[in-house]
Design a protein around this ligand. Structure first.
Ligand SMILES: [Zn+2]
Length: 249
């Protein structure tokens, strides 16, 4: 059920053909797992919460540092030194009081990821490193939960949506490659844009609208202002996909 206030608040999206009050109710019932409350996470969380998602579960173990503030717009000068999940939860609850925010101040690892994502309808990758992305990718495949990959570097970003057992997964795409870890450059507008594309995918998936970014890696280059699409195929030898098929899922 939607209250009169909710009907008024979400009127402009309810008006979208195919969205309607049914779509809004689907959003209200949905739970999204957001891995990371940084640059991508700030955009994803802000727009999903404003759109009236039912529950947003956010996992991040980091403490806010001054170098985060150029892009992680849910965190402000006064929040430096606080946990990112606490700072994010506080802002998001003010943005939309009806949304349930579930903060998890833990590092995502292979031994806790299953518990973290349990009961969620879709997983959003807002991480800053590939090893954790592979952990999320595996968990998504094992639990049969769609997974929206997003990454940024400098003026560039990339996004792809993964439907377990149906479309190319992150490991099909990168074959387990892991670039060296370290501090990398980012301008804030890029995670804002990529995060909004990820949030768009989440909304479309939940409301069952449009066409998802599956088997297509969308690459954005802000300097030339070009979007390129690379076709991604399921790799028949992908270890992640195989592992899940062997375990009977
Ligand atoms: Zn795969």
């Amino acid at each position: 059920m939607l209250t009169d206030y909710e009907k008024a608040k979400y009127n402009r999206q309810i008006m979208i053909p195919g969205f309607g009050e049914e779509g809004q109710k689907k959003l209200k019932r949905a739970c999204v797992f957001l891995a990371g409350a940084g640059g991508l996470g700030s955009a994803v969380a802000t727009y999903l919460v404003a759109a009236g998602i039912g529950t947003l579960r956010i996992a991040d173990h980091d403490i806010i540092e001054p170098s985060n503030l150029n892009r992680q717009v849910l965190h402000w000068d006064k929040d430096v030194g606080q946990k990112k999940v606490d700072s994010a939860s506080r802002k998001l609850r003010q943005l939309n009081e009806a949304v349930t925010i579930e903060p998890i101040a833990e590092t995502i690892a292979s031994d806790n990821v299953s518990r973290m994502v349990a009961g969620c309808d879709i997983i959003v990758d807002a991480m800053d490193n590939l090893p954790t992305r592979y952990i999320l990718n595996k968990a998504a495949l094992e639990k049969d939960i769609p997974f929206v990959y997003g990454a940024v570097y400098g003026f560039e970003g990339r996004v792809m949506t993964i439907i377990p057992g149906k479309t190319a997964c992150l490991n099909c795409l990168y074959h387990g490659a892991v670039p060296p870890r370290g501090v990398f450059p980012v301008i804030g507008v890029v995670p804002a844009l990529i995060g909004c594309i990820q949030a768009t995918e989440v909304i479309k998936y939940i409301v069952s609208l449009g066409e998802l970014l599956t088997n297509r890696l969308l690459v954005y280059d802000g300097l030339s202002m070009k979007f390129t699409e690379l076709h991604a195929d399921r790799d028949p030898n992908c270890e992640h996909c195989h592992q899940v098929e062997r375990s009977g899922n």
